[in-house]
Design a protein around this ligand. Structure first.
Ligand SMILES: Nc1ncnc2c1ncn2[C@@H]1O[C@H](COP(=O)(O)OP(=O)(O)OP(=O)(O)O)[C@@H](O)[C@H]1O
Length: 581
């Protein structure tokens, strides 16, 4: 970027975007200049009429020519404005679409630690809010500003051919007005940064409020929950007011100084006219044009502080794009799918969540991870999927450290059913097809049948073609989980990761889905996490975690015989089965 032009560097534009910006600025300049045509024609016609009034014969031919030129001028204004509109908006929206897609694609390749550092609302704001800021600057402000300055300078250069002194009066206020806007930039930048932070806080509060609305109502805690939201919105209002005030003061002052050019022209023009150094027609031309020449700059002036502070937004976009992608080879070639945790120590932050965890999940076998809530079971699953990398020790597949493979290539070996199923705003069939993009309709249906989805899918109004809406809001927890299992079945990957896969199913469905999982698991490396121990009692190996460390491991019978933590948990769960209210 260092060798790129200043404007390109300042706004972090790609080569294509910069080329488009130049094209848009040129188109806007042509529009601005074409808007001068009616004034020039009017002045020329007025000159003819004045000549006639001073006794010379009226040149009717010249007037007809001027009328023709006026009509051509109007068509030119229309054509230039249309071209300018297309060029400017199309290129700005194309650029913002490209930036958003690049951001989304880059996010997909980032390690999960990035999302722990930056919240979901923060990242979403970068993709939508920050890019919208860039979009509006590229579509409406920057090209118009460049064109406004360029056309003012060009018009003044042409006017200078008639009278350089008046032309100087027109142009001299331009740098002064810019000086005023630039002078307030440092303070405005600080305010914009505070406004950005306040907006992010408000977004996070809104998201939390909406996501937690059920709990808020159930616990009758509307007051405290709304208080956090109200506080964030109040802070946003206060900073927004300060920003508006600062922007308004600098923009109004700059506009006043800019328009002082009109006064200068009147003052100097009258002075020169009375001294006989200027003709009335020339003064009239200056007065007509000076009233129009600042128009484009004045109309975008309120946007100038935003433009000058756009770097706050582009810096956030660039910071996301500069995040290093997770490393590793693009092809995860492994000799076997035996997964080994070798003295793995890991923490999301400072606090270790797993300590020296070692166990193996053999190929063709089911290995279960059990333990109390918060003991680190899901964390083990996330490390096995390479969503995170251990701080010490290694996770190996077929003897190879999985850090050697890119997250994407390693995940192509895995089918995962998470505790929190994410469904996309698409049809049922497409939500299952996420497991394997090239699956036929028949294969999708077969996977749905095996995961016992047919019962509810066939009840939906359009069957497999029913749109699920945002995150499948209309489906029950069990239905969502069965869809997710269908996805995993379709993927048919050699490693299967089940994180509480049957937790949202009723006993009848649980048995059916356990059968489907049995079929899915045959001949594969299966790592399953379960709270209900009876669902994993048949596993080849059960690893019992206690506060982030392996407490014991073995088969169900071995662990019961050992009378340790597992035996205690088992007996507690057996007792709870006999409870009644
Ligand atoms: N993204 C995260 N950032 C920070 N800490 C986390 C994160 N995810 C989990 N933890 C913490 O790590 C610890 C282990 O969590 P984990 O989800 O692995 O436990 P678990 O045994 O699967 O629990 P559960 O059975 O309740 O799902 C917990 O103390 C939890 O608070």
């Amino acid at each position: 970027m260092a060798d790129k032009p200043l404007i390109q560097r300042s706004f972090g534009l790609t080569d294509d975007a910069y080329r488009d910006l130049k094209g848009s600025a040129l188109a806007c300049t042509v529009t601005n200049l074409s808007l001068m045509i009616p004034f020039v024609v009017t002045v020329a016609a007025f000159g003819c009429i004045l000549d006639a009034l001073t006794g010379r014969p009226l040149d009717a031919n010249a007037l007809w020519w001027l009328c023709g030129a006026g009509a051509v001028g109007l068509v030119a204004v229309f054509l230039a404005a249309r071209h300018d509109y297309r060029k400017t908006y199309l290129s700005a929206y194309t650029q913002s679409e490209r930036v958003r897609l690049d951001l989304a694609d880059h996010l997909r390749k980032l390690p999960m630690s990035f999302f722990n550092r930056r919240g979901v609302s923060d990242v979403a704001e970068s993709i939508m809010g920050d890019v919208t800021g860039l979009e509006s600057m590229l579509s409406s402000t920057l090209p118009q500003l460049i064109a406004g300055c360029a056309s003012t300078v060009i018009v003044c250069a042409l006017l200078a051919l008639f009278d350089w002194r008046l032309a100087l009066c027109v142009v001299v206020t331009l740098p002064l007005a810019f000086g005023i806007v630039l002078g307030g930039r440092a303070r405005e930048r600080r305010l914009f940064e505070r406004q950005n932070a306040a907006r992010l806080e408000a977004l996070a509060q809104v998201q939390e409020y909406v996501e937690g609305i059920k709990d808020i109502r159930a616990c009758r805690m509307v007051g405290p929950a709304a208080k956090g939201l109200a506080g964030a919105l109040e802070a946003l209002k206060r900073i927004a007011f300060k920003v508006e005030l600062a922007v308004d003061v600098s923009v109004s002052s700059a506009n006043t100084v800019l328009r002082a050019g009109i006064g200068l022209v009147v003052f100097a023009g009258v002075h020169l006219l009375t001294g006989g150094a200027l003709s009335f027609t020339t003064l009239l031309m200056f007065l007509l044009i000076v009233s129009r020449v600042y128009g484009p700059i004045v109309s975008i002036a309120p946007q100038l502080p935003n433009l000058l502070n756009l770097s706050t937004k582009t810096a956030r976009i660039q910071a996301v794009m500069a995040e290093p992608e997770s490393t590793g080879r693009k092809e995860a070639a492994v000799e076997s799918h035996r997964i080994e945790f070798d003295r793995v120590t890991f923490g999301y932050g400072e606090r270790p969540v797993l300590r020296e965890v070692s166990f193996t999940a053999e190929e063709g076998q089911v290995t279960a991870l059990v333990g109390l809530s918060g003991s680190g079971k899901s964390t083990c699953a996330k490390l096995a999927a390479r969503f995170w990398d251990p701080q010490e020790g290694a996770v190996r597949a077929g003897g190879a450290d999985i850090r050697g493979f890119s997250e994407e290539s390693w995940l192509s070996h895995m089918a995962i059913v998470f505790q929190d199923v994410v469904l996309f705003d698409d049809t049922v069939a497409e939500n299952i097809r996420i497991g394997r993009a090239d699956a036929t309709d028949e294969e999708v249906r077969e996977a749905a049948r095996a995961a016992h989805c047919l019962e509810f899918v066939e009840r939906l109004p359009q069957g497999f073609d029913t749109p699920l809406g945002e995150n499948g809001a209309a489906l029950s927890g069990g239905e969502r989980q069965r869809l997710s299992i269908a996805r995993a079945l379709l993927k048919d990957a050699p490693v299967v990761l089940l994180d509480e896969a049957t937790s949202a199913l009723d006993p009848e469905n649980e048995t059916l889905v356990q059968e489907a999982i049995g079929a899915l698991a045959r001949g594969k490396t299966v790592l399953v996490i379960a709270h209900r121990l009876r669902t994993v009692a048949g596993a080849h190996k059960i690893v019992v975690l206690d506060a982030g460390a392996v407490a014991e491991q073995g088969t169900h019978d071995e662990l019961l015989a050992a009378k340790g933590l597992y035996a205690r948990l088992w007996s507690l769960q057996q007792q709870s089965l006999g409870w009644s209210l």
